[in-house]
Ligand binder design. Structure first.
Ligand code: HEC
Length: 138
């Protein structure tokens, strides 16, 4: 009985091996072409920001702290309220006292709890666009 089992096991192993050694099914014709890459429009145009992209650059580079609920917004809301201003002024976009130069300076130098943003974080061109967006008219 043991011998029969052993032979059966060997036969089974051999069968498995044979299956593994079988050549893969032949591919018919050329492989299908890859799907077209979905490029963002700005990537297609070299990913350069223009002056009109200030809002987008602000949302991308500053938004995680300065949009609603961000830690920058929360801190500035408290500061503005203590200065007797409405809480909405915690959002930089609601401020009317920011100049473009001030925005550039705070971003490159940092201010209190805000860490300085390097040219790796935001390029000069992007910062110019953001400064014009926040400090518009000044
Ligand atoms: C990591 C979070 C963070 C990021 C990113 C960030 N900020 Fe700030 N920002 C703060 C905080 C916090 C303050 C409040 C600093 C304080 O006075 O304690 C602040 C303050 C400022 C102020 C000063 C406001 C005032 O009343 O004097 C300006 C202007 C400003 N940020 C602009 C920006 C811009 C523009 C960007 C994007 C390029 C940016 N920040 C990115 C956290 C951030």
């Amino acid at each position: 009985m043991k011998r029969v089992l052993a032979i059966a096991a060997i036969a089974l192993l051999a069968a498995c091996n044979q299956q593994e050694a079988a050549p893969p099914p032949q591919a018919k014709g050329a492989p299908p072409p890859p799907p077209p890459y979905q490029m963002r429009p700005e990537a297609a145009s070299g990913n350069r920001l223009t002056a009109s992209d200030g809002q987008r650059a602000y949302e991308v580079h500053c938004g995680y702290c300065h949009l609603t609920g961000g830690m920058g917004t929360n801190l500035l809301t408290k500061q503005r309220m203590m200065a007797g201003e409405p809480p909405e002024n915690g959002l930089l976009t609601n401020r009317s006292d920011l100049t473009a130069d001030y925005v550039r300076q705070v971003v490159r130098m940092g201010k209190n709890a805000m860490p300085q943003q390097t040219k790796v974080d935001i390029t000069d061109a992007e910062l110019d666009a953001v400064a014009r967006y926040l400090g518009k008219g000044k």
